[in-house]
Ligand binder design. Structure first.
Ligand SMILES: [Zn+2]
Length: 343
């Protein structure tokens, strides 16, 4: 089948509705919002998972395979598996049709559904970088550290992180090429946001699936970094932007959220913002006006929110806050600087 003509905007509602969302609780009206399926051309679609009840936060790539079935790029959190299921149904597909899962990285908002999907589609292959692969096979360590951050919200936000059987995992790295079901993707190793991050470029369609290396950009708004602990590395991230651009793709697809074709401008803005954020955090570390790191992170989060609000509407700013977690981003950059001897 083709996804052409499958564009549905079932979730087309005022993003201001998300402002009513309770912070961190992840309540979303019991899945009342129909997941939007965006046809992005070239035999690809994005399913909007309506994470935390908000549109345009997490998108799952769905690729029609010439040999039959579909491949997914970053299936998202297991807590939103029902939304992915609904989105696939709108495309005339089920989870059993999944033949491959291309993981850009294993952060919880990208990868926790993989194990559950493989249970329903036992032949599906999960592609992941070597540093991420052991955690997909045995998520217990990852879950323990994430549990310290998210506490009780853990299951609500991310769901159940089921292991992926070893025989279903294929490790990928810089220079590899993978061709699930007859679509061929080159793999680039692109650390900086996460040390196990890869990107996939399909030369035939000029499309690079970049995960979070392209930052967060929602509905044509500003391209912003997202810098959670523990792996943030500013210099490596910039090199990774260059690596993606070296493919000379016609478009990049960001998980948060969607395809963009103005690639030079996108990465120029992202790079500039990453510098500005890093500098702001660096300065805050030596600022004794703050009583503690929590205050530093709070002030940073407010600063970022003000910068975004200068450019887009309050509802749009709210979407950025939901997708990014500006507060968490202070900690990632603070760790980056402290590893380099900052105060
Ligand atoms: Zn991430």
């Amino acid at each position: 089948m083709t996804v052409t003509g499958s564009l549905r905007e079932g979730g087309a509602r005022d993003p201001a509705a998300s402002a009513a969302r309770g912070g961190g609780g992840g309540t979303d009206g019991g899945g009342a919002a129909t997941p939007a399926v965006h046809d992005i051309g070239s035999g690809a679609a994005m399913v909007d998972l309506h994470h935390q009840g908000s549109p345009s936060i997490i998108g799952v790539g769905v690729l029609e395979l010439p040999a039959g079935g579909v491949a997914l790029v970053d299936p998202g959190p297991e807590a939103r598996l029902h939304a992915l299921r609904d989105g696939l149904a709108a495309l005339g597909r089920t989870l059993e049709d999944v033949r491959a899962i291309l993981l850009t990285h294993i952060h919880l908002d990208h990868a926790t559904a993989a194990g559950a999907i493989v249970r329903e589609a036992p032949g599906a292959i999960v592609y992941v970088h070597a540093v991420g692969a052991p955690h997909m096979e045995d998520p217990s360590r990852l879950l323990a550290s994430a549990g310290r951050i998210y506490g009780d919200a853990m299951t609500t936000l991310w769901g159940e992180f089921l292991p992926v059987p070893r025989e279903s995992i294929r490790v990928v790295d810089e220079g590899d090429a993978v061709a699930p079901g007859g679509r061929r993707f080159e793999v680039a190793y692109v650390p900086g946001h996460a040390k196990h991050h890869v990107a996939y470029c399909e030369a035939a369609t000029g499309t690079a699936w970049v995960g979070d290396v392209g930052g967060i950009r929602i509905r044509g708004g500003p391209a912003l970094p997202v810098t959670p602990p523990p792996d943030i590395d500013v210099a490596l991230w910039k090199a990774s932007m260059d690596r993606v651009m070296a493919w000379r793709p016609e478009r990049i697809v960001a998980t948060h959220f969607g395809p963009y074709g103005d690639i030079d401008a996108h990465f120029a803005e992202l790079s500039g913002e990453l510098d500005a954020w890093a500098l702001r955090v660096r300065e805050s570390l030596g600022d004794d006006a703050f009583a503690n790191d929590h205050e530093r992170a709070r002030a940073f989060s407010d600063w970022v929110a003000r910068r975004v609000a200068e450019q887009v509407s309050p509802a749009h700013t709210e979407l950025y806050g939901t997708a990014s977690g500006f507060f968490d981003s202070w900690w990632g950059l603070a760790r980056y600087w402290r590893k380099r001897g900052a105060a």
